[in-house]
Design a protein around this ligand. Structure first.
Ligand code: MTE
Length: 315
């Protein structure tokens, strides 16, 4: 029997506006599918510098075309079910111990490794990217994230040719996360993408926001962000990244596959079964703007989906 669990993103139909779409221009593939690393030199980091801030050179390729969301809005309106199902979990999330923190890379790789967060901060090519985030609930924000390409991390362990998917496992810390007591959820929160999507230059490991270390409510100390996908694909507070041959079952897919699938690429033309995705509410101003195909990142990613038209790419 299917038990229907109400989700925070179940907005009433009246909050959605009628279809009026603006499409991104005809997409062309720019990003190479190989595991290339952005050509930005690594910065030297020391622990005191990390404690004070996490400034990094901004990557000018990513122009959001909209105002950056106020830090207060982005850090106090969050989806993080391990801490609770409402948006106001930022106080509760401060209980998550962020240090020491390690991320394990395992599965179908040449050299499985466990990285201490501070080593990633020292060795990975840190940069700032101003990316949009479009939640499946039809709200959005624009955040200056600090991080490094996921491709750089994968290169450090060497994915084997038989690896086809990347599985992201997020933290489950019962002493800090009251939501874990809701045992009907399939904890831990798992997300996944293909190896090709992971290798795309847009796939970004986020360790900071607004020039500071990433706060726990936004997925500190380290999360993934793939801005052409709905926000639920962005696993927070990652502890393990595994290269695997079979497509992993993701958290929301296990609960309601008909509404929250594996691919979840943003598409204003494909409605959620219970609301339109044609437009989005801008966090902070409350303005409603048209949603763009691939959240406006089609020029970087549309080539990833050639030949996959039979897949349910949009939800
Ligand atoms: N990761 C974990 N571990 N738990 C969650 O509940 N929520 C997802 C995603 N990552 C979630 C998660 C959803 S639905 C969204 S929209 C984004 O985180 C929100 O990120 P933000 O709080 O930084 O806006």
């Amino acid at each position: 029997m299917l038990i229907r669990i109400p989700r925070g993103w179940e907005i009433p139909e009246r909050d959605a506006t009628p279809e009026s779409l603006v499409f991104g221009r005809r997409a062309t593939l720019k990003a190479a599918a190989g595991l290339g690393v952005a050509g930005i030199a690594p910065l030297a980091w020391s622990s005191p510098a990390v404690a004070q801030g996490l400034a990094a050179p901004r990557d000018a390729r990513f122009q959001p075309g909209r105002e950056i969301t106020a830090e207060k809005d982005a850090t106090t309106y969050n989806n993080y079910y391990e801490f609770g199902t409402d948006k106001g979990i930022h106080h509760a999330a401060q209980k998550l111990p962020l240090s020491p923190w390690t991320v394990k890379l395992d599965g179908l790789v040449d050299t499985p490794r466990e990285f201490a967060l501070e080593d990633l901060l020292k060795t990975m090519p840190l940069e700032e990217r101003v990316y949009r985030l479009r939640c499946v609930e039809a709200w959005s924000m624009v955040v200056p994230w600090t991080g490094f390409p996921l491709a750089a991390l994968l290169k450090a362990v060497g994915p084997k040719p038989e690896a086809r998917y990347v599985r992201f496992e997020t933290a489950a810390v019962p002493s800090a996360m009251p939501g874990l007591r809701q045992s009907w959820y399939p904890w831990p929160y798992i997300e996944a993408c293909t190896v090709e999507e992971a290798a795309n230059d847009l796939s970004f490991m986020v360790v900071g926001a607004y020039g500071k270390p990433l706060p726990p409510q936004n997925g500190g100390p380290i999360r993934i962000h793939q801005p052409w996908k709905y926000g639920f694909k962005a696993g927070k507070s990652l502890v393990k990244i595994s290269l695997v041959a079979q497509r992993p079952k993701t958290f929301w897919e296990s609960i309601q596959a008909s509404e929250y699938g594996f691919w979840a690429n943003v598409n204003p033309e494909v409605s959620h079964p219970r609301w339109s995705q044609a437009s989005e509410r801008v966090l902070g101003s409350g303005e409603r703007i048209p949603t763009q195909l691939f959240n406006g990142y089609g020029e970087f990613v549309s080539g990833l989906y050639t030949g996959l038209q039979k897949e349910r790419l949009w939800a």
